[in-house]
Design a binder for this molecule. Structure first.
Ligand SMILES: Nc1nc2c(ncn2[C@@H]2O[C@H](COP(=O)(O)OP(=O)(O)OP(=O)(O)O)[C@@H](O)[C@H]2O)c(=O)[nH]1
Length: 652
């Protein structure tokens, strides 16, 4: 696959974006989804190397996410959560602060991705730290529900196991793609330890502050439902007390109350407790004698026998009519058509005789309205249950929070349940700062520290690498110059004997021909073949070296140059020496060699023969002629029996 189509960096970034998106899709589907879509487009543009387009789209994404991010980061004292909420509603009709901002971590990761795209940075550079942090976060997330089952998990969207799985797979994919980049970069991992410590500390701190915040919210929600309970109890006690007083007031009379009296007494109570929809006088045979208020519904009940029309209430009514005991019905469908409950109180006359009972019917919807009126609807949903049925409810059921509080409540001899489910955004708005901020700041700080240490270590690494390559370069230069010197030396010297070679000799001679007289001596070791044949080539080589050493030393002392001319032949250039002097020098070398303890196989010392030639006239030297003449003289020396020096004469 071509590199431009699927570059590793773009792929890594896609993986990061997808990982954060998994959570987003489950939680905040509006702005974040839009941001995600934009980022995907930017990634696509980056993959096609359209960097300018990619940068533009990524910058738009950054801008889109900024208000959400700001809403997390600006302290409540500067911009209140309610202000953010009204801003959110203005940007997107019907939106809340929760739809405007993605979960904090996800927002950060999306923004980082956008930033990485804009800067074209290698996101995988910091990946070891980020991947470990993400793994720890997910691990913490996985065990958190077991540790604190009552609390909202740290990242509540990631508790769903498919989301956890997707995260784990994406993390793994990221590691696989980043591994080749990390390989061999030891400093990448050695820079990890300190920031990793910081990550762990900020995770633990975050977990603690998260738990603390959860506890605070829990307590506040408890307090809210507790206050409703207290109010309810007070209300019920008050109205029962009032009704008992109302009922006792008939004990002064001898006859059952007429409508005028009944209405006159009941009016005040009904005004104070407006959820009492019917205050009736019941005769001993369960007939409805008086009702208040005189609504058409209530008036239509007059004369009915409750034992007949409302047999469900018989069990509560009979004790009041016969045994002078109070009784309450279950939650029933009232004859007025509402759900409610009837409380029966016995009525005695002045002679302490049962003359009937007071029936007080209360409507639950109206009672709930009275009790819940002071509670803002936006804070959550409060419900009243009995036998699994909802009797009344108040508040907003959209965006419910994670907790529901249940409280048992006694209503007469009946048991009801009051439940409260605060809205999540209401809970969060009660926190001055979200605990996730401490995590994000901690992670950002750890990442910065990581980058600093990483950069320092990388610089150190590069410095060391540079030093190393400098050293090898210097070594290379040294080796090369030694080689060069050797090559140059070899070009001018004889490898075996170490004296000048023929080429150097000839070059030297061509440049030093001015002096007069000027002599040339040609030496040849006598019967050298025998040395090789009888004593071996190694001995032959050794003899050659010793001869060269003697010759170089002697000729050098006379200001000349001594060279190996080839095989067992040597040549000397002796400026300033006439033929006699040169002959003497050559003879000295002959004698020195004879005394040098270099014997033939028969014990006789090896010897040499030499031909010497000189020039005195100022004419330019004819080198060829000189060499020929010296060679001829040498030849004569050999022919004359060897071990001698013969002077040659230049013809003409
Ligand atoms: N060990 C050794 N032998 C060499 C080297 N160069 C030439 N020779 C030998 O030198 C010998 C020269 O032999 P010849 O030219 O026949 O002459 P010679 O035996 O010295 O006899 P004359 O010169 O006539 O006295 C040969 O056997 C060569 O192999 C060398 O570098 N090392």
């Amino acid at each position: 696959m071509p590199q431009w189509l699927f570059p590793r960096t773009a792929l890594s970034l896609t993986v990061v974006a997808l990982a954060s998106a998994t959570g987003l899709l489950l939680v905040s589907p509006s702005v974040t989804c839009l941001a995600l879509g934009l980022l995907s487009l930017a990634q696509l543009a980056a993959m096609r190397s359209a960097w300018r387009v990619a940068c533009l789209i990524a910058a738009a994404t950054l801008g889109l996410l900024t208000p959400g991010m700001m809403s997390y980061l600006l302290p409540e004292a500067w911009v209140a959560t309610t202000t953010w909420q009204s801003l959110a509603a203005r940007i997107l009709p019907g939106a809340t602060i929760e739809t405007l901002r993605a979960p904090l971590l996800a927002t950060v990761s999306l923004q980082l991705t956008a930033l990485a795209l804009i800067l074209r940075s290698r996101a995988r550079l910091g990946a070891p730290l980020l991947i470990i942090a993400a793994t720890l976060l997910i691990g913490l997330q996985a065990i958190e529900p077991a540790l604190h089952p009552d609390f909202i998990p740290l990242l509540h969207y990631a508790t769903v196991w498919p989301a956890l799985l997707v995260h784990a797979v994406l993390l793994l994919a990221h590691v696989v793609y980043a591994l080749p980049y990390w390989r061999g970069k030891q400093y990448l991992t050695t820079a990890l330890w300190l920031p990793l410590g910081l990550v762990i500390v900020s995770l633990l701190l975050w977990q603690q502050s998260h738990l603390q915040a959860e506890r605070t919210l829990h307590q506040r929600a408890e307090a809210r439902v507790q206050s409703v309970m207290t109010q309810l109890n007070r209300e019920l006690t008050d109205h029962l007390d009032a009704m008992r007083r109302f009922t006792r007031s008939w004990a002064l009379q001898t006859a059952p109350p007429d409508y005028r009296q009944w209405a006159h007494q009941a009016e005040g109570y009904q005004r104070d407790f407006d959820y009492l929809i019917n205050i009736a006088f019941i005769t001993p045979d369960s007939g409805i004698r008086q009702v208040y208020p005189a609504t058409p519904d209530n008036l239509s009940l007059l004369g009915l026998r409750l034992f007949d029309v409302q047999p469900a209430g018989r069990r509560a009514l009979e004790p009041a009519l016969r045994d002078n005991r109070e009784g309450s019905t279950d939650i029933i469908e009232l004859l007025q058509g509402e759900r409610g409950m009837i409380h029966y109180l016995p009525v005695m006359n002045a002679q302490q005789t049962h003359i009937g009972a007071t029936a007080i019917a209360l409507s639950f919807p109206l009672l709930a309205d009275t009790l819940f009126k002071p509670l803002p609807k936006a804070e959550g949903l409060i419900q009243w249950h009995a036998n699994g049925q909802i009797l009344a409810q108040h508040g907003d059921a959209t965006r419910p929070g994670p907790w529901t509080y249940h409280h048992r409540i006694a209503l007469g001899d009946k048991r009801l349940t009051l439940s409260d489910q605060p809205r999540r955004d209401h809970l969060l708005s009660q926190l001055p700062r979200l605990p996730t901020i401490s995590l994000v700041l901690g992670l950002a700080f750890a990442y910065l520290v990581y980058l600093v240490i990483y950069t320092l270590k990388q610089l150190g690494h590069h410095h060391r690498a540079m030093q190393h390559s400098n050293q090898s370069l210097q070594q290379e230069i040294r080796t090369r110059s030694e080689l060069q010197r050797e090559v140059e030396w070899l070009a001018r010297h004889d490898e075996l004997t170490g004296v000048a070679n023929r080429r150097y000799f000839l070059d030297h001679v061509s440049e030093h021909q001015d002096k007069r007289p000027l002599s040339l001596a040609l030496f040849d070791i006598d019967h050298f073949k025998r040395v090789n044949d009888q004593l071996g080539h190694l001995v032959g080589d050794d003899y050659l070296k010793r001869t060269a050493w003697l010759g170089e030393k002697l000729i050098g002392q006379h200001g000349g140059i001594f060279a190996r001319y080839g095989g067992e032949e040597f040549v000397a250039w002796l400026p300033g020496l006439d033929v006699e002097a040169a002959q003497r020098v050559a003879d000295t070398l002959r004698l020195q060699l004879a005394d040098a303890h270099l014997p033939h196989a028969d014990g006789n010392p090896i010897t040499l023969s030499a031909g010497v030639v000189s020039v005195n006239d100022p004419q330019p030297v004819d080198m060829t002629r000189m060499m020929q003449t010296a060679d001829e003289a040498l030849y004569y020396a050999k022919r004359a029996g060897r071990n001698r020096v013969v002077p040659g004469r230049l013809g003409g």
